[in-house]
Design a binder for this molecule. Structure first.
Ligand SMILES: Cc1cc2nc3c(=O)[nH]c(=O)nc-3n(C[C@H](O)[C@H](O)[C@H](O)COP(=O)(O)OP(=O)(O)OC[C@H]3O[C@@H](n4cnc5c(N)ncnc54)[C@H](O)[C@@H]3O)c2cc1C
Ligand code: SF4
Ligand code: SF4
Length: 410
């Protein structure tokens, strides 16, 4: 980095990822080194074609998506048995629900609440791993794992894939050039501009705040590019930044007409079809998720609840005729005396029980009441706006504008 800084560019962007997989320093670890692989290194070796098989019984340690990739890849490369062992509970595993389901449906068991204690070996050969039995308890709002008192369990294996997390890893960045790092070895950054403590150096992707995903990496790249662009023009990357915005546009075309499809389709989510299991387990190149075809895709699209179309209420137009209350198929509109939120939730025609969803509460109306709407159950059908004689309800499309480089006028 020092050498690059000497070239005196105006700005530098670091996007080198978080390529170091974590390891576990437990008894026996060094003796069985050749039987343990770090999950992400092993997966990249498979991807580059250097590793084409794995034999015997495999334990995958870890509960994230990398662990799911490791176990399903091992199964395809010839492992006799594959077992995922996770130190925490099933519900709190980091892997996505569908990744866990897919791994289990391929016959891979996931064993939870088993932190590893020791690698067991004999004459330099790995025999297996001893795991402790723990259970979760809640303490001060956080999960803590305590021993269950059951005897430790031994699981036999010939190979271990370690997928217990990734670390930021920038050994090539000298620590005396003005970039400060925190205790997790992540660079200290401005969260908006992604500028480091060295004003010319910006970070993005996994190297910024630790491992995330591709969407975050792309978003960081846009934000850092805006910062660099502003800086190169002598502007301030923070105060001269283009603002994020939100537009609301009425969808009303006529009395009973909307510019969007307001019909509600109550079908359950359509599952993405998978390739034949036997075929996909035999060949790692076979894509498992086939994606929707045109028919299934359009059926799934029909389930859209038009969450981008909002019900917008204008207090001064409302004559409190209650027509919208009568017509709403979900009973989600109530006119009532105002109260504290927890009481208000229970005053509603249909009590609003999802505490994660804020209530939509109007300003005080003519009669001193307020309009309260439970957004959680609204179908965005537009019937309230159709029925309303004064246009106090309107259905408005919300368009969020997050500036990207090149998408705003300077
Ligand atoms: C097994 C696994 C599965 C994943 N699955 C998904 C998924 O399904 N969906 C999803 O959204 N995300 C997934 N992720 C996360 C996703 O891959 C990362 O969040 C994303 O790739 C981060 O992008 P990045 O550009 O920051 O880093 P990377 O994609 O890691 O790219 C960094 C690049 O920098 C290069 N590099 C490193 N050091 C140097 C150096 N000193 N000089 C020059 N070049 C260097 C590397 O070779 C690499 O090409 C997965 C991650 C893993 C490990
Ligand atoms: S859009 Fe439909 S479901 Fe939502 S409040 Fe209006 S009438 Fe009720
Ligand atoms: S139908 Fe319109 S005017 Fe009547 S109560 Fe509802 S919002 Fe108010």
């Amino acid at each position: 980095m020092k050498e690059m800084l000497e070239m005196d560019y105006d700005a530098y962007f670091v996007g080198t990822g978080a390529p170091r997989g974590r390891d576990l320093d437990l008894p026996g670890r060094r003796e069985v080194d050749e039987h343990i692989s770090i999950g992400i290194d092993w997966l990249s070796s498979v991807a580059f074609g250097h590793t084409t098989s794995i034999e015997g019984n495999v334990i995958v340690m870890g509960g994230g998506n990398t662990a799911m990739d490791c176990c399903r890849t091992s199964k395809r490369l010839g492992a006799e048995t594959v077992t995922v062992v996770v130190r925490s509970g099933f519900e709190v595993m980091k892997a996505s629900e569908w990744e866990k389901e897919d791994a289990m449906s391929e016959g891979i068991p996931i064993i939870n609440n088993r932190p590893p204690k020791e690698f067991v070996h004999e004459n330099g050969k790995l025999k297996g791993v001893i795991f402790e039995c723990v259970k979760p308890i809640e303490e001060g709002g956080r999960l803590k794992y305590i021993p269950t008192g059951e005897p430790d369990v031994f699981i036999e294996c010939d190979h271990i894939l370690m997928a217990i997390g990734q670390e930021n890893h920038c050994p090539w960045i000298e620590r005396d050039i003005g970039i400060e790092f925190d205790k997790w070895d992540c660079p200290i950054l401005d969260e908006v501009t992604l500028q480091s403590t060295h004003p010319k150096i910006f970070f993005g992707g996994d190297s910024a705040f630790g491992p995330e995903n591709i969407i975050w990496a792309s978003a960081h790249a846009h934000q850092a590019a805006i910062s660099i662009h502003l800086m190169c023009q002598g502007k301030d990357p923070k105060s001269d930044r283009p603002p994020e915005g939100l537009n609301l546009i009425s969808q009303k075309m006529g009395v009973h007409e909307w510019a969007y499809d307001a019909e509600h389709d109550a079908s359950k989510r359509y599952l993405v079809p998978h390739a034949n299991r036997r075929r996909s387990l035999e060949n790692i190149k076979v894509e498992v998720e086939l994606g929707f075809d045109e028919i299934l895709g359009s059926r799934e699209a029909q389930r859209c609840l038009n969450c981008d179309v909002q019900t917008v209420f204008t207090e001064k137009l409302c004559i409190e005729c209650d027509a919208c209350v009568d017509i709403c198929p979900m009973d989600c509109i109530t006119f009532t005396a105002n109260a504290e939120e927890d009481r208000l939730r229970n005053y509603l025609t249909a009590p609003a029980s999802n505490l994660e969803q804020a209530l939509y509460v109007s300003e005080e109306l003519e009669t001193g009441r307020v309009m309260v709407k439970d957004e959680d159950v609204c179908l965005h059908c537009g019937l309230c706006a159709e029925r309303c004689p004064t246009n106090a309800w309107d259905m408005q499309k919300s368009i969020i504008h997050i500036p990207q480089l090149g998408s705003y006028a300077e």
